[in-house]
Design a protein around this ligand. Structure first.
Ligand SMILES: Cc1cc2nc3c(=O)[nH]c(=O)nc-3n(C[C@H](O)[C@H](O)[C@H](O)COP(=O)(O)OP(=O)(O)OC[C@H]3O[C@@H](n4cnc5c(N)ncnc54)[C@H](O)[C@@H]3O)c2cc1C
Length: 294
């Protein structure tokens, strides 16, 4: 690998948001540091050359994980992704998040990667985002102007861009509570078994209310310049979806995606792959929810 001289930078670990805010307001090029999985690679390749690396992992509350059955789940921005695999509250109450995190990268990467860094990185194939979109996650942020709540569905602007301002820090993510009879599935097709070279990915979630299957969520990956939900397709599945409704939902998804040809898969192949993954996921969610005894 080619080696290059790194521009020197200061590593700073602020003790409060206000202290972090003072650095962010300065004239210097400041980058927030989470687990460093992607940021350090960018610095090494010269894509980023900050004057200051502001390590936000130790700020008060950033490591918190709190679950309450009426209030839902609060995940601090510095919680690592491996917690989504091993945390009991995640396994019990947000199984789609648990299942998705199990597939994401390796334990080594998950141990470093933070919730805040992964969401802010805004990869169009962010698997964490797919599961979080299904759970109606809301990003809580802080900047010198105050606190802000940004629903994840409005957070991604495309091409690695987010709704975050330059001096805004994700403090935590909130997921509302979900009924016990909620079930979700995440399927993906990649070229490499370690998850790299995504062809297509789809997360599906719904819950059962008496005999009806409701609150459908469909999030797709690798099709557009951001992970996204397809609400028009979700609406078609409300109630007791049969073959006609599933077919219509899949048709709507196809109308609303824009996959590109990539060197390892053509766009039409990626479309077909998504269709198969989604059909399988929707069918599995229906079978599972209908098999729960009343
Ligand atoms: C080998 C490898 C394999 C991977 N495989 C997968 C995979 O299979 N599926 C998948 O979805 N992803 C995968 N990824 C992506 C990985 O999940 C992200 O690189 C990682 O999660 C980024 O999180 P981080 O905490 O390391 O962020 P960092 O690299 O520290 O930061 C990323 C960006 O977020 C900003 N940031 C950090 N914290 C905050 C905050 N609190 N508020 C606002 N901005 C912040 C930083 O300034 C930077 O711009 C892989 C990455 C690697 C290196």
């Amino acid at each position: 690998m080619e080696t290059r001289d790194l521009k020197p930078f200061h590593y700073i670990r602020p003790e409060s948001l206000q202290e972090a805010g003072r650095y962010l307001a300065s004239e210097e090029a400041v980058k927030l540091l989470g687990g460093g999985n992607t940021l350090l690679l960018q610095i090494r390749s010269g894509q980023e050359s900050p004057d200051i690396l502001l390590d936000v992992k130790h700020l008060p509350g950033f490591g918190d994980v709190r679950y309450h059955h009426n209030q839902g789940l609060k995940l601090g921005a510095a919680v690592n992704l491996q917690h989504l695999v091993v945390g009991l509250e995640i396994r019990r109450h947000y199984p789609l998040l648990h299942q998705t995190a199990q597939k994401l990268a390796s334990p080594q990467v998950r141990n470093r990667a933070t919730i805040g860094g992964t969401l802010a990185w805004a990869s169009p194939i962010s698997e964490l985002a797919a599961a979080m979109l299904c759970y109606d996650a809301v990003c809580h942020t802080w900047s010198p102007r105050g606190h802000r709540e940004i629903p994840l569905a409005e957070f991604y602007l495309g091409d690695y861009q987010t709704a975050l301002a330059r001096d805004e820090i994700i403090t935590h993510v909130h997921l509302p509570p979900f009924p016990n009879r909620t079930y979700g599935i995440y399927h993906r097709q990649t070229v490499r078994h370690d998850g790299r070279r995504m062809i297509a990915g789809a997360a599906v979630l719904a819950y059962r209310k008496q005999q009806a299957l409701t609150h459908w969520r469909i999030a797709v990956l690798g099709m557009d310049n951001r992970p996204k939900r397809i609400p028009d397709a979700e609406a078609v599945l409300e109630g007791t979806p049969g073959e006609a409704e599933i077919a219509r939902a899949l048709e709507i998804v196809q109308e609303q995606i824009h996959p590109a040809d990539v060197d390892y898969a053509r766009a039409d192949y990626r479309r077909a792959s998504l269709n198969a993954l989604l059909k399988q996921a929707i069918t599995e969610v229906i079978h599972h929810l209908q098999s729960i005894r009343s």
